[in-house]
Design a protein around this ligand. Sequence first.
Ligand code: 0X9
Ligand code: ZN
Length: 305
Amino acid sequence: STFYYRYHTLEDIYDWINRTANDYPDKVKAILVGSSYEKRPLYALKLSLNNRPNKKAMWIDCGIHAREWISPAFCLFFVHYLLSFYNVNTEITQILDNMDFYVLPVMNPDGYKYTWTNSRMWRKNRSPQNGTSCIGVDLNRNFDANWCTTGASPDPCNEIYCGPFPESEPESQAVANFLRSHKESIQIYLSIHSYSQMLIIPFSCTTDEAENHSELYEMVKTAADQIRRYYRNTYTYGAGAQIIYLAPGGSDDWAYNLGIKYSFTFELQDRGRYGFLLPPSHIQGACNEALLAVKTIAMKVMEKP
Ligand code: 0X9
Ligand code: ZN
């Protein structure tokens, strides 16, 4: 099987980032957005295919949760797909002519490494906590959006531990800082997770409706309809607090409140048969479905004035 239809070690992913930036020097730049608790670099790839001024941009992060291996696999696939089909596929060409992409393939490299070497089902990052031998913060509970209220835990031994304070972790702080300093251009925020096949819109930190709820709802509904039509697969869609559970401190809600009004979390395949242990033979299907949803959303946002 080809490179994109396998899972890769963290070292292989760093090599791939390097290679991709070197192979496309005029189109791709590796941006160091920060480093992890264990001092691993957090590189985002910026894809910018022309020098048009005032382009919109989309941010995608993968691998917030260590065990969700399909997520980094999607980021690699997605970058490769965009670069391969620019000037080949009309839709991809149109999207890249009007939009830049920032792609962070592994937001939680310490955790990801740990799932390869020690414990396959690790979720959090790997930062030690005061007064306990329990390790790690759930990075998707560490953002400043109704931080550590119902749906997160103040217990460092819990899988959904919110951390000692908002943005306490270098990984969440790096992403928050980058988004804060690029919020004029970044119009779409997308975080890739697994599993359960869901296209989630704000809010997850409150049962309140987002101000542009119907617009966002229409987008994820259209994307889910497309996936059903082309791949005969079912994705649930809607506000997080409605379709999953209250989960405060997430990156999507935080980005939304920052002013990035097109904010999404995707939960990729599957719906529980393999769960986090999705076999490599399913990577291609999972990535194609998510790609279709990203294209649908990018096209819709491009139509906006
Ligand atoms: O609970 C989460 O962080 C995500 N589900 S997962 O199984 N991948 O852990 C859902 C995130 C939805 N968005 C927010 N909670 N803000
Ligand atoms: Zn997750």
